[in-house]
Design a protein around this ligand. Structure first.
Ligand SMILES: Nc1nc2c(ncn2[C@@H]2O[C@H](COP(=O)(O)OP(=O)(O)OP(=O)(O)O)[C@@H](O)[C@H]2O)c(=O)[nH]1
Ligand SMILES: [Mg+2]
Length: 463
């Protein structure tokens, strides 16, 4: 959707606000200065221009003397509406025919079909909220688990905006002082205390780094955590998948090399989606199909957030376990060691020789007896949420993440500049660059029209 396709903001726009298909009710939303006048043309009930804001009215939609539907009409008068414009919401019966008919009648009387995201875009342009919050509305609509919902609400209420706002204000003060110095170049004065500036830059750097680091986890919460179950053949990987799912999804047998293609299923642990991926056991493949399976396993590990390394605790030596970990360890994924088949062991096992810093957790289970499975789930949940839980704000938006990273880059240049006693002019330039990136998150500076277009086109029509 191209930004230039939007026509005037004076138009009254209309779109279905509910998904198409059969449903009990459907809602059509109309926003703009003529919303009441246009609705009045087809609504037989009260005169909507004369009713109070935030009221609901029963009546019929009629055209050519024919009743199209019995409806409820909600009235929101500017500026107390989502878009801060006059808004009418028509709740009709949920049939695509009725929805289309009513839409066409409203368009006939002067409304225009809304472009994707145009309602939210108007809300933004009319100062209803900042850009980061507008993007959170998109996330809120798309969210499908409790955690992603929490995340979107936090952001919509202005989490990231407030965290950035105050520090950015301080930075603006310094930049202003630096600009002042530029007016007195011959006199060699320093209005901006370099030590204080350095301390502030450090503080902002810590914030941008903290916020950026929540991105990876925030993203995982939003999109599901890729969790690859890997290990040698017969370790019990498929049995573990079944135990975590609590159903017999994957084929289990005592023949090594049972699983040849990957199997993917999703489980929710306290609202967070984990995409479990059962893989072919890793060994020297006996045939070509198995070789392809092993290759696929390694590919899956590269895209994993967590690798669950499963081994047969009754069979493998510590050295073998260690060498497997070396092979499976991937810098961008956590690695949790799962010692399986505890039911075959007489004594409790202890793995003091498996380095703690190369694993993110070790647990002994019996996939067959389903013992310790809940504990394993707890480890998974804690691993994913440990960074997020301590943070007030979680960055879940790629645009914000990129802006934070760009700000960090500019701030590092400021730091270097101060340390190297560079000229005020050079430092001020990097400061402005940092301010621009920080400001672009909440759009305290002008955001390119292209950027706006890209953001709002992520919405679908009616949002
Ligand atoms: N005693 C015992 N046997 C288990 C346990 N978990 C799995 N097994 C058995 O180990 C054998 C292999 O289990 P699978 O789940 O198919 O192993 P896998 O790792 O998926 O094997 P491949 O798909 O061949 O790589 C089966 O006979 C399982 O019943 C366990 O906790 N205890
Ligand atoms: Mg298997």
């Amino acid at each position: 959707m191209n930004y230039t396709l939007y026509t005037s903001n004076d138009d009254t726009i209309v779109a279905p606000a509910t998904a198409p298909g059969m449903a009990a009710i459907a809602v059509i939303r109309m926003s703009g200065k003529d919303a009441f006048a246009i609705a009045n043309q087809i609504f037989k009930g009260k005169n909507l221009e004369n009713v109070q804001s935030h009221t609901i009215h029963f009546g019929t939609i009629e055209y050519d003397g024919k009743i199209i539907d019995e409806v409820l009409v909600s009235v929101f008068k500017a500026p107390k509406s989502f878009t801060k414009e006059n808004v009418v919401e028509i709740s009709c019966h949920g049939s695509d025919y009725i929805v289309k008919k009513i839409l066409s009648l409203l368009i006939l009387h002067g409304a225009r079909m809304a472009a994707p995201g145009e309602f939210t875009r108007r809300a933004f342009l009319n100062g209803r909220f900042d850009l980061a919050q507008a993007e959170a509305v998109a996330d809120l609509i798309a969210c499908d688990s409790e955690s992603s919902h929490d995340l979107a609400i936090k952001q919509m209420r202005g989490g990231i905006s407030t965290e950035i706002y105050n520090l950015r204000e301080e930075l603006i003060q310094f930049t202003a002082l630096m600009e002042l110095e530029l007016d007195f170049t011959e006199e060699d004065v320093e209005f901006a205390n370099r030590n204080e500036l350095m301390a502030l830059v450090e503080k902002i750097l810590a914030l941008t780094r903290r916020l950026a680091s929540t991105f990876e986890y925030g993203n995982a919460i939003k999109n599901g955590v890729n969790t690859v179950i890997a290990g040698r053949p017969n370790a019990g990987k498929s049995t573990l998948l079944n135990a975590l799912l609590n159903e017999d999804r994957a084929i289990v047998s005592d023949i090594p090399g049972t699983t040849r293609d990957t199997i993917e299923e999703t489980i929710y642990i306290e609202g967070i989606a984990f995409r479990l991926i059962d893989t072919a056991g890793i060994r020297e493949a006996a045939d070509q199909i198995e070789a392809i399976g092993v290759q696929k396993t390694m590919e899956k590990i590269r895209t994993a957030s967590i690798v669950l390394y499963v081994f047969d605790a009754a069979k493998l030596s510590v050295d073998e376990v260690r060498s497997d970990i070396q092979q499976l360890r991937h810098p961008s994924a956590g690695l949790i060691v799962v010692a399986n088949k505890s039911d075959l062991l007489n004594t409790n096992i202890n793995y003091p020789l498996i380095d703690n810093d190369i694993t993110d957790g070790i647990i002994t289970i019996s996939a067959l007896n389903r013992s310790n499975i809940d504990e394993l789930k707890k480890i998974l949940f804690t691993f994913v949420t440990k960074d997020v839980q301590t943070a007030n704000t979680v960055v879940s938006n790629l645009r914000h993440y990129e802006a934070l990273r760009a700000a960090e880059h500019a701030l590092l240049a400021v730091k270097e500049g101060i340390a190297a006693h560079r000229t005020t002019e050079l430092i001020a330039e990097d400061l402005r660059e940092a301010l621009r990136h920080l400001g672009s998150i909440t759009s305290q500076v002008s955001v390119d029209q292209d950027v706006l277009g890209a953001i709002f086109s992520r919405f679908c029509i009616g949002k």
